[in-house]
Structures are given as C-alpha cells and as structure tokens.
Write a protein that binds this ligand. Structure first.
Ligand code: FEO
Length: 171
C-alpha cells in the first residue's frame, strides 16, 4: 500500500524516466543524422533501457494497488554541438536522475515504506552504473578526441552495445 505522497512521487519518476527515453531517442536520431551509427545505436539502447525503467515503476505502482498517472513528456533538445556535448548532457541528466532516486528513497525511509525502499534499491545501483558508463565514454572522448580517427574508433565500439531485456520473474 502506497501513501498518496509516495504514489505521486513515483508517478513523477515515471515521467522523468520517459523524458530520459525521449532525450536519448533524440540523441540517437541526431547521431544518425550526422553519420555516426555507433553512437546512434548506443543512444537507442539507452532509450530502450529508460522505457524499461519507467515500466518498472508503472508495474510497481499497479502491484501496490496504486494509480498510475501519466503526464505530458517535455520536448527534448534536438540539436547538439558535437558528441562531447551529447555525453556531457547525458551525464548531467543522469546526475539529476540519481538525485531524484535518492529523494524518493529519502521519502520512503521517512514514511517507513519498506517495500518501496527495497524496490528503489535496484535504481540506486543502476544509477551508479549509468553514471559510470557516461564517465567512461567521456574519458575516451577526451583521450581519443571527438573528431577524425578517434571518433571513428569510438563509434565502432559503441556500435557493439546490445539491449538486454530484463528477465521476467515467474509467479
Ligand atoms: Fe533511468 Fe538513466 O535513469
């Protein structure tokens, strides 16, 4: 059973995850547009992951007998200076999401909502991984350069990322 406050906050998080999906889909489209299929692939996988994050929360609210409320998704930017700009924006956005997850956890603790605390633990861990991935790619872009051969090599590497759907648990 979710409190109204917790339910509202989780619904807000669905919207943030859907915006994240939209933002990365926009970056994927931009990457395709500028001729970088590896970057386009990486952001497309990220888009799918974000949709899955939103669905996790959607399913959790339903499981808890709460009411899912979908809100309008803000328009993401569609123009980016270069790939460095896209990854800097990605990292900044993920830091914002991490803070949002931590705020949700704080609320769950304050409300003594143990079920939601356990549910949110997966997201806390996921955010460490997400920020780690972004930092790693930014470091590579700084090292190899975000132009010419270095950029081509990184594009090839990012082309190998594959979306792994979550394993559905059986009742
Ligand atoms: Fe769902 Fe990238 O946080």
């Amino acid at each position: 059973m979710l409190s109204k406050k917790m339910e509202d906050a989780l619904n807000e998080q669905i919207n943030k995850e859907m915006y994240s999906a939209y933002l990365y889909l926009s970056m994927s489209a931009h990457s395709t547009n500028i001729g970088l299929p590896g970057f386009a692939n990486w952001f497309m996988v990220q888009y799918k992951e974000e949709t899955e994050h939103a669905m996790r929360i959607y399913n959790y609210i339903n499981e808890q007998g709460g009411k899912v409320k979908l809100k309008a998704i803000e328009e993401p930017p569609s123009e980016f200076k270069d790939v460095m700009d896209m990854f800097e924006k990605t990292l900044k956005h993920e830091q914002f999401i991490t803070k949002s997850i931590h705020d949700l956890m704080e609320l769950a603790i304050k409300e003594r909502d143990h079920a939601t605390q356990i549910f949110l633990q997966w997201f806390v861990t996921e955010q460490i991984e997400e920020e780690g991935n972004d930092n790693e790619i930014l470091a590579k872009l700084r090292l190899a350069g975000d132009k010419g051969n270095g950029l081509f090599m990184i594009d090839k590497e990012l082309a190998t990322r594959v979306y792994v759907p979550p394993v559905e648990s059986k009742e």
